[in-house]
Write a protein that binds this ligand. Structure first.
Ligand SMILES: [Zn+2]
Ligand SMILES: [Zn+2]
Length: 179
């Protein structure tokens, strides 16, 4: 890639194709694949030249490209706002919460409640198994944790909107033409 330099000796400004840009692991200074060469003075070392403002921008761009994964990760975290800390909607204690505002414990309880109520579409546990196994999963959970709802109850309003959605969804599934 081309980087814009200023030669310390002749103070000329020039573009130089430095090839691949890396970072020296010991000095943490930029390292270039090709030699830097001033049109007037010839071959220059990195100490013989200065980065112009444009050159600094070009170099920042180039070194940013080395960590695309890290950048994507931090963007996602901000986007979905996951793992925020606050008061859990289920147990009213301050913990780190998921996107539903529930702590890990309550999220698990909700998952089991959703399965007890056959709300497969909203349960991440049910999401992991094929729909033919859903009833089996429900029976397993009831045999281990009991049939009583753990989180969803008359005092908590977590289920109202979900229930309505579930009914609509069920109708649509039933009305689907069979092949
Ligand atoms: Zn020069
Ligand atoms: Zn909780």
């Amino acid at each position: 890639m081309e980087i814009n330099f200023e030669c310390k000796k002749c103070h000329g400004i020039f573009d130089c194709d430095v090839g691949n840009v890396g970072v020296n692991e010991n000095t943490f200074r930029p390292q270039f694949e090709n030699d830097i060469s001033c049109p007037s003075c010839g071959k220059r070392t990195i100490d013989d030249v200065l980065l112009t403002e444009l050159g600094q921008e070009q170099l920042t761009q180039a070194t940013l490209d080395f960590e695309p994964e890290e950048i994507i990760h931090s963007e996602n975290d901000e986007l979905f706002g996951i793992n925020s800390t606050g008061e859990c909607q289920g147990c009213d204690t301050t913990k780190s919460l998921n996107d539903l505002g529930l702590c890990d414990d309550c999220a698990e309880k909700l998952n089991r409640d959703l399965i007890r109520q056959r709300d497969w579409a909203y349960s991440s546990l049910a999401f992991e198994v094929p729909s033919s196994k859903h009833e089996e999963l429900r029976e397993n959970i009831i045999s281990v944790y009991g049939e009583k709802l753990e989180l969803i109850g008359p005092s908590k309003n977590l289920s109202t909107s979900r229930k309505r959605k579930k009914k609509r969804k069920k109708k649509r599934v039933k009305g689907m033409p069979r092949r």
